[in-house]
Design a protein around this ligand. Structure first.
Ligand SMILES: Nc1ncnc2c1ncn2[C@@H]1O[C@H](COP(=O)(O)OP(=O)(O)OP(=O)(O)O)[C@@H](O)[C@H]1O
Length: 688
C-alpha cells in the first residue's frame, strides 16, 4: 500500500510541548520514567500520524542524547537498563543456565520489587509526592502520567494540555482508521462492564513496566526474553530513518538489526527507509495505537498497586470470578507445570499472571530455546482493531479466547515427553520444522493443517500439542471439544469461528482440540442441531485454514475414541499419529525425572522394579503412582503432630512407598481398549 505522507506537527512544537524536563531537581529515576513516557508518546504520535518519521527520529535522537546517562545507566535504582532487567526478567519465562524455563513472575516477586513498592507507596501518598512539587508540576504540565512520574496522582495520560484533547479534536485521530474507542477490545468495550476507569489507564500505559513494553513494541531492539542484551544497552532504532545515520542505538547492534528487520516488515517500511515518506499506513498506525493501549492494560494490572485503582483487565477478571458459571474453574497443576483444563483445555490466567511481552524471542532454537509464543507479532496481534478478521467477532469471545483458551502456561520441551519417539520425530519433521522455516518447507513440503493424536488417555497428547506450539514459536490455543457443545450451549459455533479468527491473528498458531471426537463424531439421527452446526463450522474453518496457504495455523486434534470420528473429518486430519502407552524406558524416564526433584533413596535396581511392575500404566498413571508414593514418608509420621513436624524429619521416599502405592494406583487403560487403538492405528494411523 502506498504510504501517505504525514508530519504536520513540527519538531519544534513537539520539543516545546513534550521534551523539556526543565527542573533540575528531578531524580534520575523520575527522569528515567519520564524518558519511557516520552518514548511512548512519540511512538503514539508517530503511529497516529501526528508527526512524521523524520520528526520521530529527530526527537529520539535529541532525547537519547539528553538522557543518555539514564539510558546507559546500570544504576540499580534508576537506570533504564536496570529497570528493564528487573521488571522484564521477572515478567517473562526466563531461561536459566541449566536451559530450563521457569516463570519468575509471581505476585510476591513483583510486589517485592523496590520500585513497585515505591509506586504502591506513591499511590498511597498521592498528595505527598515523592517528587518536588515543582517537578510534579512540570511533568504534569507536559502530560506525564502518574506512574511515569512516581508520586503524582494519575492524571489523564494525555493530560489537559496533552494528547487526549489533541487527539479528540484532531481530525487525524478521528478521521483515520477505526476509532480507537470503538474497537471491541478497546477500553470502551471493557468499560461498559466495569466501573469507570480513567481512559488514561486504558489508553496509555501509565506504568513504567508498560512503558517499557511499549518501548519494545515500537522502538527497542533488545529481546525481552531474558538476557544481557537488554541490560547492555537500551537500543533505540527508528526503522528506515535510522539507517541513514539516525540510529540511536547504543551497544548491541546485532539485536537492534534483528528486530529492526521485523519492525520494517511490521510497518511495511522499505529497506531504503526514505526520510521523506512515511510508510506507516493509517490502518497500521491505528493498530499500533490499539496494541499499545492493550499492552498498557496488561501491564497496568501488573503494577497497579495504588489502592482503589483497578485496570479494566483486572476488573474484567474480578467480574469473571464472580460469575458462577463462568470462567473461574481452576484446575490442578500438572506435574509438568501445566494447568489442567478448565474451560475446555484453557489455562486461565488472572491479571497478575504472566506478563505478555510484545516482542517474540528472536533466536530460539529447537530444544529449549523456543518459548511458547504468548503474543502476537506486529499487525497480526488480535488486539489490533484494524484487523478485519476480528470485526465480526464478539469482543467477549475474543477476550475469552485470549484469557481462557490461549495457553500461557510454562513451555514444554521434547525432553519433557517420555517415550513416543516415533511420534515426536514425525511431528518435528512435518510440523515443527516447516513452521520454523516456511521458506524452505514450501509446496509439497508444506506442513499439514490438521493432525490427529489418538491413543489411550494420559499418554501425553496434550503435552505433545503444547510442545509443538512451543517448539515452533506458535501461539497455543487449547480447548476441549466437549466444552464447545456443553459449556457454551448455543454459542459453540460462534466460539469456533472466534477461535479461528483469533488464531489467524496470532499466527503461527496451534489450535489443540481435546476430545475432538465429540466435535467430529459421525452424524447420526440423534445428533443435536447445535452440535451439527458446531461441527459444520469447524469443518468450514478447518477447510479455510487448509485452503489459505498463507495461514500458518495447525489444528491438533486429540482423542481417545478415534473410531468415532467421521470420515470427512478424518480426511482433513491428514496425519494421524498413535500415542501409545509408555514403554519401559519411558516409564523409567518419568519415574527418574519425578523422583529427581524429591528427596528419595531409591536405588537403580528398585527403579527397575518399579518400571517392571508398572507395565500397562499410562504416563498419567505413572505420575499418579509417584505422587502416591511421595506421600508415604508423611504417612509414616502418623504419631507426630503434622503442624510441628520439621521438614528434616520427613524421611526420603523409599521403595516401600512405591510398593504400597501400587496397592492403590492401577492402570487406567484396559487391554481391550488397547486392542481397539492398535486396530485403528493399523487401518487409519500414519505410524508404525
Ligand atoms: N509421555 C509422557 N511423558 C511424561 N509425562 C507424561 C506423559 N504422558 C502423560 N504424562 C503425564 O500425564 C499428564 C497428563 O498428560 P496429557 O494430558 O498430555 O495426556 P493426554 O494424552 O492428553 O490425556 P487425555 O487423553 O486424558 O486428555 C501430564 O501432565 C504428565 O504429567
Amino acid at each position: 500500500m502506498e504510504a501517505p505522507m504525514h508530519g504536520t506537527v513540527h519538531l519544534s512544537d513537539w520539543q516545546k510541548s513534550y521534551f523539556a524536563i526543565a527542573s533540575g531537581t528531578c531524580t534520575p529515576g523520575q527522569k528515567a520514567d519520564e524518558y519511557r513516557a516520552k518514548i511512548l508518546r512519540i511512538q503514539y504520535a508517530w503511529a497516529n500520524s501526528e508527526i512524521s518519521q523524520v520528526c520521530a527520529a529527530n526527537l529520539f535522537k535529541k532525547y537519547a542524547e539528553k538522557y543518555s546517562a539514564i539510558i546507559d545507566s546500570d544504576n540499580i535504582e534508576t537506570g533504564l537498563n536496570n529497570y528493564a532487567e528487573n521488571i522484564l526478567t521477572l515478567a517473562k519465562c526466563q531461561q536459566n543456565d541449566s536451559d530450563k524455563w521457569q516463570s519468575a513472575l509471581t505476585t510476591e516477586n513483583v510486589f517485592g520489587l523496590k520500585c513497585v513498592q515505591e509506586r504502591i507507596q506513591a499511590g498511597k501518598n498521592v498528595q505527598s509526592s515523592q517528587m518536588a512539587p515543582a517537578d510534579a508540576l512540570v511533568l504534569a504540565d507536559k502530560g506525564v502520567s502518574a506512574s511515569a512520574a512516581p508520586g503524582l496522582p494519575r492524571p489523564s495520560a494525555f493530560s489537559s494540555t496533552g494528547e487526549s484533547e489533541r487527539c479528540a479534536s484532531s481530525s487525524k485521530c478521528t478521521g483515520r482508521g477505526p476509532n480507537f474507542f470503538e474497537h471491541p477490545l478497546s477500553s470502551k468495550s471493557l468499560q461498559s462492564s466495569v466501573p469507570p476507569v480513567t481512559k488514561t489507564s486504558d489508553i496509555l500505559p501509565v506504568s513504567s513496566a508498560s512503558l517499557s513494553e511499549q518501548i519494545h513494541m515500537g522502538f527497542q531492539a533488545a529481546p525481552l526474553f531474558g538476557n544481557k542484551e537488554m541490560t547492555s544497552g537500551a537500543s533505540l532504532k527508528i526503522p528506515g530513518n535510522c539507517s541513514d545515520g539516525q540510529n540511536l542505538s547504543l551497544p548491541n547492534q546485532s539485536s537492534v538489526q534483528a528486530w529492526s528487520g521485523k519492525r520494517k516488515a511490521f510497518y511495511g517500511l522499505t529497506d531504503k527507509g526514505s526520510t521523506s515518506t512515511s510508510s506507516l499506513a493509517p490502518c497500521q498506525a491505528s493498530s499500533t495505537m490499539e496494541a499499545n493501549s492493550f499492552s498498557g492494560n496488561r501491564n497496568g494490572s501488573e503494577e497497579s498497586g495504588a489502592p482503589g485503582f483497578r485496570t479494566a483487565k483486572e476488573q474484567l477478571w474480578v467480574d469473571q470470578q464472580k460469575k458462577p458459571q463462568s470462567l473461574q474453574q481452576r484446575a490442578p497443576v500438572s506435574t509438568y507445570g501445566g494447568v489442567k483444563k478448565s474451560l475446555g483445555a484453557g489455562r486461565s490466567r488472572g491479571p497478575f499472571s504472566k506478563f505478555v511481552p510484545p516482542v517474540p524471542k528472536q533466536d530460539g532454537n529447537e530444544n529449549g530455546g523456543v518459548q511458547c509464543k504468548p503474543h502476537a507479532r506486529g499487525p497480526t496481534d488480535p488486539l489490533l482493531p484494524v484487523d478485519e478478521r476480528l470485526k465480526s467477532i464478539e469482543p467477549k469471545m475474543v477476550e475469552l479466547i485470549m484469557h481462557e483458551i490461549m495457553d500461557h502456561g510454562p513451555p514444554v520441551n521434547w525432553d519433557d515427553i517420555a517415550g513416543v519417539e516415533f511420534a515426536k520425530a514425525t511431528i518435528k519433521e512435518i510440523v515443527v520444522w516447516p513452521m520454523l522455516r516456511p521458506d524452505i518447507f514450501t509446496g509439497l513440503r508444506g506442513p499439514p493443517k490438521g493432525i490427529l493424536l489418538f491413543g489411550p488417555p494420559g499418554t501425553g497428547k496434550t503435552l505433545i500439542g503444547k510442545c509443538i506450539a512451543c517448539q515452533s514459536g506458535a501461539t497455543f490455543f487449547s480447548i476441549s471439544a466437549s466444552s464447545l457443545t456443553s459449556k457454551w450451549v448455543g454459542e459453540g459455533e460462534k466460539m469456533v469461528r472466534a477461535l479461528f479468527a483469533v488464531a489467524r491473528c496470532q499466527q503461527p498458531a496451534v489450535i489443540f482440540i481435546d476430545e475432538i471426537d465429540s466435535l467430529l463424531s459421525q452424524r447420526g439421527d440423534g445428533e443435536h442441531e447445535s452440535s451439527r452446526r458446531i461441527k459444520t463450522e469447524f469443518l468450514v474453518q478447518l477447510d479455510g485454514a487448509t485452503t489459505s496457504s498463507e495461514d500458518r495455523i495447525l489444528v491438533v486434534g486429540a482423542t481417545n475414541r478415534p473410531q468415532e470420528i467421521d470420515e470427512a473429518a478424518r480426511r482433513r486430519l491428514v496425519k494421524r499419529l498413535y500415542i501409545p502407552l509408555p514403554e519401559a524406558s519411558a516409564r523409567k524416564q518419568i519415574v527418574t525425572r519425578l523422583m529427581s526433584k524429591e528427596h528419595n533413596c531409591l536405588s537403580e535396581e528398585e527403579i527397575e522394579l518399579i518400571v517392571k511392575q508398572s507395565d500397562g500404566f499410562s504416563g498419567a498413571d505413572m505420575t499418579q503412582l509417584c505422587r502416591e508414593a511421595s506421600l508415604g514418608p508423611i504417612r509414616s509420621l502418623q504419631s507426630m503432630d503434622i503442624t510441628t513436624i520439621l521438614p528434616e524429619q520427613v524421611r526420603p521416599i523409599a521403595f516401600v512407598d512405591f510398593e504400597s502405592a501400587f496397592g492403590t494406583v492401577r492402570p487406567s487403560v484396559s487391554s481391550k481398549d488397547l486392542e481397539l487403538y492398535e486396530t485403528w492405528n493399523q487401518t487409519f494411523g500414519c505410524g508404525r
